[in-house]
Design a protein around this ligand. Sequence first.
Ligand code: TRP
Length: 448
Amino acid sequence: MTTRILTGITTTGTPHLGNYAGAIRPAIVASRAADADSFYFLADYHALIKCDDPARIQRSRLEIAATWLALGLDTDKATFYRQSDIPEIPELCWLLTCVAGKGLLNRAHAYKASVDKNVEAGEDPDAGVTMGLFSYPVLMAADILMFNAHKVPVGRDQIQHVEMARDIGQRFNHLFGQGRELFTLPEAVIEEEVATLPGLDGRKMSKSYDNTIPLFGTAKQLKDAIARIVTDSKLPGEPKDADGSHLFTLYQAFASQAQQAEFRAELEGGLAWGEAKNRLYQLLENELGEARERYNALIARPADLEDILLAGAAKARRIATPFLGELREAVGLRSFREQVQVAGGEKKKATKSARFVSFRDDDGSFRFRLLDAAGEQLLLSKSFADGKAAGLASKALQSGAELDVRSEGLSFSVWLGDEQIGDSPAFVDDGALQQAIARLHQALAPQE
Ligand code: TRP
């Protein structure tokens, strides 16, 4: 059994070292497992909720795409795409919006935080709250349920959203599944041992604290950021407390056991902070230098990135398009073609086999075709002078009475009394002819 892993990256910023260690690196490693079927995507519709700067959105999409590819995501194995290239996602989002309780969404942390802030400031509770922010969890549920993900690796702040996706999916299953699980119910995965990196000042590395180390800046930018790491004021020669220093924590996230032990011994032996920063720089340069070159090459060829992402979208849509078709069926958005007239005028959905399609010929006469489940033509009727006569003939064929089928050469005709009602196309050989006759009988067998 393969496990479907899915996660989205909101495209509002430039990836930093903390994103790399905490999310990107473990996701790429996980995607290589033999039983993994990974769906990683740029959540650019979500980005629009948080950011109204088009240039920033565009830059971020490009940088994040290049980052994942430069770090070795294999797009033959994983499915890598932009959310906004999958029109089935917003469509599913609407179907889910129609079953998601408003009360459920009222309880979403992100929305509640905005409301609390407004209330505290004496503003209208919903001041500045868009419907995008309010419905954020429904769009996220659509991302997840669209691909029937089993596991969704996320940060702690997103656990509630994955739980809402479960709730909404369950509700939909209950309402429309007729006992079937239309949606797989997802589970959030929090990687406990994954490092939360400290930033330059020791707090969690985060864009909002402006304490990040760039992932693919120039070597100089990397060096400058490392120079800004805050340390204590112990002089060269004085023993340093490795475990009490976030410079050491940063080093640990990228070093082997042996490297860590050696660095610890050096710090305790009085290594100068300047020299320690140099060691960290060397370590990171080793880890990221080659990937940075790949990154720069990718960024320089945005048209190639576009092709890669469009191929990823096409791959994702091979799943999304037919699945959304099933979901539309389930809620009652169905083609009128599949409605078959049965005696009594009552409409009834065809069994899997039969489908009558009536049409008017160029000369104004009325005809119909009978198509099998795969859409292949079994029968083309003769021309009828009026629609009523054509309807009566197609009804008679579905009445369940014994069929009069006569084969001739590699085709057959169907008769009602002494009138030939229609005939089949010519089949390639006798085997195909016999099979088509069998399908005809099946298609016109009385429905239980
Ligand atoms: N909301 C997520 C975040 O901010 C990004 C995201 C969007 C996502 N859709 C998703 C994550 C689906 C997991 C699954 O981190």
